[in-house]
Design a binder for this molecule. Sequence first.
Ligand code: IMP
Ligand code: MG
Length: 199
Amino acid sequence: MDGQRLIHDLERVLFTQEQIAHRVTQLARILTRRFGTLRPVLVCVLKGACFFYVDLCRSMDCAIDMDFISVSSYGLSARSTGVVRLNRDLDQPITGRHVILVEDIIDSGRTLEYLKALFAARKPASVTTVALLEKQGCHSARSAADLYGFPIGGEFVVGYGLDYANQYRNLPYLAVLKPERYTSGAADSTQERNPQHET
Ligand code: IMP
Ligand code: MG
C-alpha cells in the first residue's frame, strides 16, 4: 500500500503530531510528579501503545523500568470482541512495585480490566493506568483509565501506533478511518488468514 492510498483511506486528522507531543509531555509531567522517587515500572501494551509509550518514557524526568506485554483480541473487526488472550508476559516480577500500565485506547474497557486483574494477582504496590485515547460512553467507570490523553467519540481511529487490521500504525498523527474501509471487509487478506490480532 503506498502513501497516497493510506491518506485516501482517512476521513480527517483528529490530533496532529504537535498536539500529541504537547499532551504526552503534560502526562509525563503528572506521572513524574506522582512517581518520581518511586522508580515505577512502565508497561507497554503492544502493539498499539508503542509510540505513545516511547514518547512518554523519554519525557519522564525520573528513574523508571521498562517492560512489555502483548495481548490480543480475536477477529479483525472494528469492534472489540472482548475475548482477550495473553501473547507475551512481562520479563520481570512486579510484586511490591509501582506499575504504570500504558495503553493506546480504551473502548469497551475489557482489555484494561483483563490486565488489571492479571496484575493485581501479582501484588504490586500500585497500578496506574494511562491511555492515550478514551472513547466516551463505551465502557463502565470501573474500566476507565486513571489518566488519559484525549477523550474521543465513537469513531474508529488509526495512526501513532493504532491500527486497523495491522495497517496505518506508522502514521505520525491520529486520524479517523473512513467507515467504508472497515465496513467493506477490505482488510488485508494475509490478516484474514490469521485472525489472532494483537491490540
Ligand atoms: P477494549 O478492550 O474494547 O477497550 O479495546 C481495546 C483495544 O481495541 C485497544 O487496545 C485497541 O487495540 C483496539 N481498539 C479499540 N478502538 C480502536 C480504534 O478506534 N482504533 C484502533 N484500535 C482500537
Ligand atoms: Mg489494535
